[in-house]
Write a protein that binds this ligand. Structure first.
Ligand SMILES: Nc1ncnc2c1ncn2[C@@H]1O[C@H](COP(=O)(O)OP(=O)(O)OP(=O)(O)O)[C@@H](O)[C@H]1O
Ligand SMILES: [Mg+2]
Length: 253
């Protein structure tokens, strides 16, 4: 063997990238008002990573997460997810791709108000082609996993903020998506449920071949993250803004 080549077990194998965003610009226009929320975002996220998106309120976190998951179309730039460019896809193809591959946890939960907790989760499973009985069973299991076994029949209006958030999490996990995008998934949770959700998302990334990108203000998550991406004024900041704590385990870049 060539002396300069390290043995195979020591060579770093570059993991596949789950997300590649390039030249992302987002301008919101309503009437004469024009607001540029994102400016030239370049971002790559490795498969099976758990990465955080942090930054002050209004810095563009929700806008970027929505673009990365195909909910919003950027004014300019491209997004590639799991090797598939989504920016040029038709609405129908994009909807199919999202349903198959992405679980999204919305900042304001976005539950169907007329459906029970279980039906909210089942609806996604049904759309994914899972049959009624199996979907029912899986929905119950997912709700159990987030500590809501006793609330499966409740409507969103009868649930607390933290309980609604956990239904939204169960729904995002339904059908084992390869990408989870979560907008402040622990914001409404108490310490115990917050820890359980963090552990669930960490396990998905590390043991279940899932990539997790999460917007958060929660310092508890910083210790389990592979990387923290900071946003400031619609741009990725090379380091943590001065008012942000920096976690030991994670590096910013
Ligand atoms: N539909 C819209 N029309 C006009 N401006 C918008 C729209 N959506 C977002 N913005 C603006 O873009 C900027 C970024 O908003 P965004 O929701 O992405 O911030 P954020 O970082 O998620 O904030 P927060 O931490 O408060 O959730 C804000 O100034 C917001 O007012
Ligand atoms: Mg937001």
């Amino acid at each position: 063997m060539d002396k300069l080549t390290p043995p195979v077990e020591l060579q770093r194998i570059t993991p596949a990238k789950a997300v590649v965003a390039s030249g992302i610009e987002m301008i919101f226009q309503s009437g004469a008002e024009r607001f540029q929320a994102l400016r030239g975002i370049e971002l790559e996220i490795f498969s099976d990573d758990l990465e955080l998106l942090m930054g002050p309120s209004g810095s563009g976190k929700t806008t970027l997460l929505s673009i990365l998951s195909g909910i919003l179309t950027p004014t300019a730039g491209t997004v590639e997810l799991l090797g598939q460019e989504i920016t040029g896809l038709s609405r129908g193809k994009l909807a199919k791709f999202r349903l198959k591959n992405i679980g999204f946890i919305f900042q304001d939960f976005n539950l169907f108000p007329a459906l029970t907790a279980q039906e909210n989760v089942e609806a996604v499973l049904n759309l994914k082609g899972i049959r009624r009985q199996a979907a029912k069973h899986q929905a119950q299991q997912l709700l159990e996993q987030v500590g809501l076994a006793d609330k499966v029949k409740s409507l969103p209006r009868d649930l607390s903020g933290g309980q609604k958030q956990r239904v939204a999490i169960a729904r995002a996990l339904a059908g084992s998506p390869r990408l989870i995008m979560a907008d402040e998934p622990t914001a409404a949770l108490d310490s115990q449920n917050g820890h359980a959700v963090i552990e669930l998302l960490r396990k998905l990334a590390k043991e279940e071949d899932c990539t997790v990108l999460m917007v958060t203000h929660d310092p508890r998550i910083m210790d389990v993250a592979d990387r923290i991406v900071y946003l400031e004024d619609g741009m990725i900041s090379p380091q943590a803004p001065h008012f942000f704590p920096v976690a030991d385990g994670a590096s910013s870049s």
